[in-house]
Write a protein that binds this ligand. Structure first.
Ligand code: GDP
Length: 194
């Protein structure tokens, strides 16, 4: 999809604030600094629309980006930031759980990981959480430009094994630098909408 029209409709903390247009939604989850904002920006052809909202001290919100009046990307605050307080972590957990478990418009979760390294404990926890609630997951293994192409499949295999990736879920090699994987991801998202 060639994206021209993107709008941050709302930064929500509770269900009453979610948009009510009934468009399909795709949530984006990942550890802080994994490359989630860069992924979103690459997908929507922007330099810096998606804020790096996951830094400590910033309000933790679900950011609903409407794309071409067709679908929403829902940017979920990054996890795995050691510096956040227990209270903040609990608030984050509740907000995510409410959204993930009750949102009918949510079609799939894009879980962003770093292709260079095996998924970390937080990534595995997130994947298990998604599977527990039977949410479809698309794993985006980003920063692929940082390792030679010849090693990609070995790293993909490692990621699949560490996550115990289920048959129904896909893993896509991605790079926000080169655009590798972008068309594939749009293709998969298109399938979910039909
Ligand atoms: P976020 O905290 O998950 O939103 O992470 P950012 O998107 O802000 O990215 C964190 C850092 O990784 C930044 O310095 C980005 O420039 C860099 N980065 C993100 N994606 C890629 C990628 O695909 N390739 C390379 N080489 N660097 C990336």
């Amino acid at each position: 999809m060639n994206v021209n029209n993107v709008e941050l409709v709302i930064s929500a903390v509770k269900p009453e604030q979610y948009p009510n247009e009934g468009l399909p939604e795709f949530a984006l989850a990942g550890r802080s600094n994994v490359g989630k904002s860069s992924f979103i920006n690459k997908m929507i052809n922007r330099k810096s629309l998606a804020r790096t909202s996951s830094k400590p001290g910033k309000t933790q919100t679900l950011n609903f980006y409407k794309i071409e009046e067709k679908l929403f990307f829902v940017d979920v605050p990054g996890y795995g930031y050691a510096k956040v307080s227990k209270k903040e972590r609990e608030a984050w957990g509740k907000m995510i759980e409410t959204y993930f478990t009750s949102r009918k418009e949510l079609k799939a979760v894009l879980l962003i990981i770093d292709l260079r390294h095996p998924p970390m404990d937080d990534d595995v926890l997130m994947y298990d959480f998604l599977k527990y609630y039977e949410l479809p997951c698309i794993v985006i293994a980003t920063k692929a430009d940082k390792i030679p192409r010849g090693k990609w499949q070995k790293h993909v295999k490692m990621a699949k094994e560490t996550l115990n990736l289920q048959q129904e879920d896909k893993i896509i090699v991605f790079s926000s630098e080169t655009g590798e994987g972008k068309d594939k991801v749009w293709g998969i998202l298109g399938d979910f909408q039909n």
